[in-house]
Design a protein around this ligand. Structure first.
Ligand SMILES: [Zn+2]
Length: 326
């Protein structure tokens, strides 16, 4: 099973363009050649820097979900939305691309837990609690900015009561809980609350590159203990602090993640179409097939490559999603 846990493509493609849009890193046509399942992030921020106009966020969320479901319906012979475990096998055996709709940021709920169920009925199967900022669910990664290592403890609780309620409801409904973008503290609190294996859909390793979005060694180990998976991202700023980033950097983060968390707990979360520039040698989603070859050349055996390229995330999906529809 080949799976990429994160792309932002739906924000930038009208539904008619989702099949073929060479201006973007991904479209269904190319994705179908390299993955069985693509997580499609619904990122409803009106403005990435400040969240004004809050009441419009649920509307925008629905608009983006609608764009995905209508876009998938337009190309129904080749693409389908994944709503349950059974769908995964059905779509894969039919040679179709499976889309996993994922909300990035609990602002979409606008403080109302019943919206989570509503989004579930619309086909959403994963939810991230925050983007980089604090919201009414939890504290985001930027809450840790400028906080020295030794001061990380005790700065805030990590997850708020509403965030805890969202995690519990997501577990009941059959939605994957995504810890990407959470603060350091938020990560630990969420991990303690969540009863199902979690995903950190897109991030990398802090020891190799000290970025607030990356996981520290103890987080990588905890992720393994809780049977979760980190999707290694291709965001240049996560990979190294130098101006030049390459495929080698991606491979180094995969190696390191495998060393600390184990080969069962690392996956891929590209963030295609979520960044303006990609590392040297990465042009679009077709890179994913090259990445599998690069892992082979690096000495990973077939089983390890399959795990990293998707089987690990597949396990998280099956542990979370309803077995069948209805
Ligand atoms: Zn993101």
């Amino acid at each position: 099973m080949r799976i990429d846990c994160h792309c932002d493509t739906v924000m930038y493609s009208r539904k008619e363009l989702l099949w073929d849009n060479s201006a973007r890193h991904c479209d269904f046509r190319r994705l179908r050649q390299v993955v069985d399942i693509q997580f499609m992030a619904v990122f409803p921020y009106l403005d990435k820097v400040t969240v004004k106009d809050r009441e419009r966020i649920p509307l925008l969320t629905e608009e983006l979900i609608g764009r995905l479901t209508e876009g998938a319906a337009l190309y129904g012979d080749e693409v389908g939305i994944i709503r349950c475990g059974e769908d995964v096998d059905l779509l894969a055996s039919g040679g179709k691309l499976g889309l996993l709709i994922s909300i990035e940021g609990g602002e979409s709920l606008d403080g109302d837990l019943s919206r989570l169920e509503h989004y579930f009925h619309l086909g959403v199967r994963a939810i991230g609690l925050t983007w980089n900022y604090e919201n009414d669910l939890a504290w985001g990664a930027n809450s840790d900015k400028n906080i020295k290592e030794e001061m990380l403890l005790g700065t805030h609780d990590g997850v708020k009561p509403f965030g805890a309620a969202v995690i519990e409801r997501a577990n009941e409904l059959g939605m994957v809980v995504d810890l990407a973008h959470l603060s350091y503290h938020g990560f630990w609190r969420a991990l303690g609350i969540c009863r199902k294996p979690v995903l950190v859909s897109h991030g990398a390793c802090y020891t190799l590159c000290p970025h607030v979005r990356n996981l520290r060694d103890e987080q990588l180990k905890a992720l393994a203990e809780y049977d979760g998976v980190l999707g290694i991202s291709f965001v240049p700023a996560f990979l190294n602090e130098k101006a030049e980033r390459s495929v080698e950097d991606i491979l180094r983060h995969i190696d390191y993640g495998v060393e600390k968390a184990g080969v069962d707990h690392i996956g891929i979360g590209s963030d295609f179409d979520g960044v303006e520039t990609l590392p040297q040698g990465v042009n679009d989603c077709l890179f994913l097939s090259y990445l599998a070859e690069a892992l082979d050349k690096r000495g990973y055996d077939r089983a390890a490559i399959d795990k990293i390229m998707g089987d690990n995330v597949y396990r998280v999906l099956l542990a979370n999603l309803p077995k069948r529809n209805g």
